[in-house]
Each structure stands twice: as structure tokens, then as C-alpha cells.
Design a protein around this ligand. Structure first.
Ligand SMILES: Cc1cc2nc3c(=O)[nH]c(=O)nc-3n(C[C@H](O)[C@H](O)[C@H](O)COP(=O)(O)O)c2cc1C
Length: 189
């Protein structure tokens, strides 16, 4: 299967990167084709609300999102991994999500759903926050759900770990890495 993973953290070797790598392990072991995008290193602008995609479902801007659009279109599984920044997804993640307005136009205005492969399209959402606030989870999750459904991913699982703030804190969590590995394994089934 084609697995597309988005790392929305700007912190190298940070909590999200550790968690995401753990969820990718079983998928790599199973021999799936993995495409990982580190959003912080990619050169694209946030959505300009230019209306260029309204009648076609295709973004008129040619930048790093062009590669991401193609990857999302072909994906069997999508992993969205983001730290909580100000009660929501990181700006790096949100900018990519907003650019999926082109898929929104395609799906909801032009009534075209991205076709699924034989094993369907499924998602996994990984969230890490410094605070232990349920509010952080719910706001970020609402945006992520919008992203998944817009990209014709009808179901996704969520893992949220609160109280994880310093770089590498996730390694001290009693179950996080195991949960990420297991979630990755389920995603590959
Ligand atoms: C700009 C910024 C805003 C943040 N806002 C929140 C927040 O609203 N809620 C929260 O729980 N943690 C917040 N945090 C803490 C991060 O979510 C936390 O440090 C996380 O572990 C970072 O993950 P990373 O190591 O993958 O970058 C914020 C951190 C930064 C840098």
C-alpha cells in the first residue's frame, strides 16, 4: 500500500518525529511504500483564497504542494502528525490542510470523490501537547477530521498525548511508543 505521512513539527527529533517514526515502523516492516513529508522544510504558501480551484478542484499555484496533492490522491493510508500549537494544529500542518481546499472543491462542489484502492483509504492522527487539556485535543481533532474527510478518507484513528512538552519527553511516556507502533500496525491491515 501507499502510505503518506506528514510531520507537522518544526522540531527535529522532537516528540512528533519520535512518535511518527514509531508508527511507521510496522508499515516499513510490512514492506509498504512510505512517503514522508516534513512540512517545515517544504516551500509552499498558505491558501490565498483566490478561487482558482473552485470550478476545477485543482490549485492553480505550482509549488511544493503539487507533489503533496499527487501523494494524497494516490494514498491508501494517510498519517497526519502535529504538535498542538495554541490549541490547534501547528501552522505548518494547518497551511497544508488549508491548501486541501482544492480537494474540498473537487469533492463537495464537483461531487468527485478521490477513488479508493482495494483496501480503502484510512487515516491516523498523531497529536502531542505540552498541556493536559482535552480542549487542545478536540480543536485540533476537528480540523484534522475535516482534512481527512475532504481528502476522501472516511475513517481515522486518533492518538493524543498531553503533558509532553520538552524535546524527547514522549520517550518517558509509559505507553506512547507502543500505542503508536500498534496504531501503525492496525493502519497497515
Ligand atoms: C508556538 C507553540 C505553541 C504551543 N501551544 C500549545 C498549546 O496550546 N497546547 C499545548 O498543549 N501545548 C502547546 N505547545 C507545546 C507543544 O505542543 C509541545 O512542546 C510538544 O511536545 C511539541 O512537539 P514536538 O517536540 O514534536 O515539536 C506549544 C508549543 C509551541 C512552540
Amino acid at each position: 500500500m501507499k502510505i503518506v505521512a506528514f510531520n507537522g513539527s518544526p522540531r527535529p527529533e522532537g516528540n512528533i518525529e519520535i512518535l511518527l517514526n514509531e508508527s511507521l515502523k510496522p508499515l516499513r516492516e510490512a514492506g509498504h511504500d512510505i512517503l514522508l513529508f516534513k512540512l517545515n522544510n517544504m516551500d509552499f504558501k498558505p491558501c490565498q483564497d483566490c478561487g482558482g480551484c473552485v470550478t476545477t478542484g485543482v490549485c492553480i499555484h505550482d509549488d511544493a504542494m503539487t507533489e503533496i496533492y499527487a501523494a494524497i490522491r494516490e494514498a491508501d493510508r494517510i498519517i497526519l502528525a502535529s504538535p498542538i500549537f495554541f490549541y490547534s494544529l501547528s501552522a505548518q500542518t494547518k497551511a497544508m490542510v488549508d491548501r486541501c481546499q482544492a480537494f474540498w472543491c473537487e469533492k463537495y462542489l464537483l461531487k468527485k470523490v478521490i477513488p479508493a484502492g482495494p483496501r480503502g483509504r484510512k487515516g491516523l492522527l498523531l497529536l502531542v501537547g505540552g498541556m493536559k487539556k482535552e480542549e487542545c485535543r478536540t480543536t485540533a481533532e476537528a480540523t484534522a477530521k475535516g482534512f481527512f474527510r475532504t481528502c476522501s478518507v472516511p475513517e481515522h484513528e486518533t492518538l493524543f498525548f498531553g503533558g509532553i512538552d520538552n524535546k524527547g519527553d514522549i520517550l518517558k511516556h509509559p505507553t506512547a511508543l507502543k500505542e503508536a507502533y500498534e496504531a501503525g500496525k492496525r493502519l497497515g491491515e
